[in-house]
Design a protein around this ligand. Structure first.
Ligand code: 13P
Length: 260
């Protein structure tokens, strides 16, 4: 299992590490070790690999990590290009610092900053304005899952968070059940397959052939020990990894699920 299947469409996987608010200068060595090992692995890894460090580390990481095709991403962006928005970072700034993508609508931003689907949708447009791929996160809370609302919640987030006219190069979806993030818990294989299958159907309905090619990542307590099983599920086209992306050895252990 190296590449995931969406019907007849082969999709190149993406394994992205979301460092969240972690990473001082000393952590650069972990990212550079990933770069080094990937360069050594050459074509053996059938996936794109990305690290999304805190904004403070973006530029230095993108300047130093040039050995492999390691991609660099941001974790959020403002809707506007520039202006009086103290503490915010624009999509253009991320691109200028060397990012090729940005995570948007992560549940931590939806919870901590009250981000709505509408705002996430505007941020996706901002990312595209700057030439960045948007990694758009969706996922239910434990209460919503227990109430049987998962598919409806995720479908609504998906519809509301995506502008019209996006394509498989400009958008990646990440399904991250909120209750699986940082908890060590993961949904069953059947549950992941059900949600990813629904997401695929909705993407195809709305975006046609592009929707069939879009990557749908799974995120939430992905580790080296469960990566092969999770990445083998239909319509799972890679992973969005939090805690286990902070150590090169753990992250590479997950990337290894895509070793040919
Ligand atoms: P964990 O891998 O730490 O559960 O975090 C997942 C996540 O939120 C990635 O965006």
């Amino acid at each position: 299992m190296n590449q995931s299947d969406a019907g007849a469409t082969q999709i190149r996987a993406l394994v992205a590490g979301n460092w969240k608010m972690n990473g001082l200068k000393a952590a650069l060595s972990q990212a550079l070790a990933v770069d080094e090992q990937l360069a050594g692995a050459g074509d053996a890894i059938n996936a794109d690999v990305m690290i999304c460090p805190p904004a403070t580390m973006l530029m230095v990481l993108s300047e130093l990590a040039g050995k492999s095709g390691l991609k660099i991403g941001g974790q959020d962006c403002h809707v506007n290009q520039a202006g009086a928005h103290t503490g915010d970072v624009s999509a253009e700034m991320l691109a200028d610092a060397g990012a090729s993508a940005v995570i948007l609508g992560h549940s931590e931003r939806r919870a901590d900053h009250g981000e709505t689907d509408k705002l996430v949708c505007e941020k996706v447009a901002a990312a595209h304005r700057a030439g960045l791929t948007a990694i758009v996160c969706v996922g239910e809370t434990i209460g919503q899952r227990q109430a049987g609302l998962t598919l409806g919640v995720v479908a609504r987030q998906l519809t509301g968070s995506l502008p019209d006219g996006v394509n498989a190069e400009t958008v990646v979806i990440a399904y991250e059940p909120v209750w699986a993030i940082g908890t060590g818990l993961t949904p069953s294989v059947e549950d992941v397959a059900q949600v990813h299958g629904m997401i695929r159907e909705r993407l195809v309905e709305r975006f046609g052939e592009e929707g069939a090619r879009m990557r749908i990542l799974y995120g939430g307590s992905v580790k080296p020990s469960n990566a092969v099983e999770l990445m083998g599920i239909a319509n799972v086209n890679g992973a969005l990894v939090g805690g286990a992306s902070l150590l090169a050895s753990d992250f590479l252990g997950i990337v290894d699920a895509y070793r040919g």
